[in-house]
Design a protein around this ligand. Structure first.
Ligand code: ATP
Ligand code: MG
Length: 224
């Protein structure tokens, strides 16, 4: 379970202070997919960067399954990023000179999974996202955008992280492919028991989530 309390992040710029994340408090269960909607510049990516420990909050608490992430030292943060969190991006961000399967194997190497288990786990995740057979041998440029995003989802879940952070995962896809991709994210969340936070501009995509949160100038609220 993810519990975020009173999270704050202000950027100090020459044009003045930007309160990108203001007193954000929410929680999300294991297996749950939560959508985060909000206008451009409202703080969505900043919030994900804080939760992924890519950036440090000024204040606040991020508790993941009883562990306070704000208290981790540098080694603990690195371990968290390789073992407990998975990222999905708008531009897929697959490694171009590796096959689909090799892309999914990478996080398993980083997380030091036993060699004997890695291929089985990678193929299990590729099957879960519907990428099978010869396609798992292909490099990303020989896959469609939707297929590349399936690989990216398989990669994000591979090392069994508790938390998946997806920033506009449908932003580069057509509407129906985007809906399919979010359905895959939602079902992977429940099969794998991970918490998935998905940032989107698209209200229809947000409606596929179990819950919706809206962020407005850094202030988060639950959408009924
Ligand atoms: N490193 C930074 N330095 C200064 N300001 C920043 C920085 N990162 C983000 N901001 C500002 O913080 C605010 C929130 O930005 P953020 O990227 O979180 O928005 P967003 O909701 O993800 O927008 P979009 O939908 O366009 O991706 C914006 O005003 C942005 O200009
Ligand atoms: Mg953003």
């Amino acid at each position: 379970m993810l519990k975020v309390e009173n999270l704050n992040k202000t950027f100090h710029t020459r044009a003045g202070d930007i309160h990108a994340v203001q007193n954000v408090t929410f929680s999300a269960d294991n297996g749950e997919m939560v959508a985060i909607v909000g206008a451009s510049g409202s703080g969505k990516s900043t919030l994900l960067a804080l939760l992924g420990l890519l950036d440090a909050p000024d204040q606040g608490s991020i508790d993941l399954d009883g562990v306070e992430l704000a208290n981790l030292d540098a080694g603990g943060r690195t371990k968290y990023r390789s073992h407990q969190v998975g990222f999905v991006f708008q531009q897929f961000n697959l490694i171009p000179n590796l096959s689909a399967r090799e892309n999914v194997l990478l996080p398993l190497e980083y997380a030091r999974w036993p060699k004997a288990d890695r291929v089985r786990r990678a193929d299990e995740m590729l099957a879960l996202v519907g990428l099978t057979g010869e396609k798992s041998e292909r490099r990303p440029t020989r896959l469609s955008g939707g297929e590349q995003q399936r690989v990216a989802i398989a990669r994000a879940f591979a090392a069994k992280p508790q938390l998946i952070l997806a920033d506009e995962p449908t932003g580069s896809l057509d509407k129906s492919t985007g809906q399919k991709i979010v359905e895959i994210l939602r079902s992977a969340a429940s099969t794998e028991g991970a918490t998935v936070l998905v940032v989107t501009h698209d209200e229809k995509i947000a409606q596929q989530a179990d819950r919706r949160l809206e962020i407005d100038d850094g202030v988060l609220s639950e959408v009924a």
